[in-house]
Ligand binder design. Sequence first.
Ligand code: 6GU
Length: 228
Amino acid sequence: MALSIHVMTLFPAMFEGFLNQGIISRGLDANLLDVNVHNIRDAAKDRHRTVDDIPYGGGAGMVMKADVLADCLESTEPFESGRNVPVCFLTPQGRTFSQTDANRMSLLDEFVLICGRYRGIDERFRERFVTDEISIGDFVLSGGEPAAMVVIDAVARLVPGVMGDFESGIDDSFQNGLLDCPWYTRPDDFRGMKVPEVLKSGNHAKIKEWRNKKSMARTRERRPDLLG
Ligand code: 6GU
């Protein structure tokens, strides 16, 4: 197994469709990837299977309980086997996730993703167990689940063998620090709009030059910050 991802969530069903389609599903089938989704509620031991409680000091919303989160985390395979594994908490307070993080994480053997809900999680769980805090941008989601799926998708496709050569990530937007060039397929004439001649010329050096030029121009226009 090239990469094992452990996800802790109160909504495991949210991951079902996601894990059963496309590149991720292929990576799982090929045993290049393993995604274990743990229901945090399974770690709650009381009659009502309580996972959250009111905040000390008052205030609106509920806080996820440190004891339940710890029991769930310690029931995951890497913890049971005593391995030191990155524990990433998905939160808008985290560092913004980037392609560099995706590349780095795709080379790991395993990591844990924790999806928060409600107000947040008890600070003591964070202090004791969380090694990394990840945000996917400056906006607020109602839970970490969609963010975890974003991270899993970005990382999983980079695991060697998951993408075929033809879909290799080498030319991706961001992978070389630039946005991707425009792409065209048949028909040649779409409602009067023609495919650029150079792409039909068969001159591969010229095509490469055109694509580089378009990548640069697009990056300068849309994301000048990427050019430094
Ligand atoms: Cl990781 N979680 C939540 N709840 N909201 C977010 C986020 C994460 N990243 C951006 N917004």
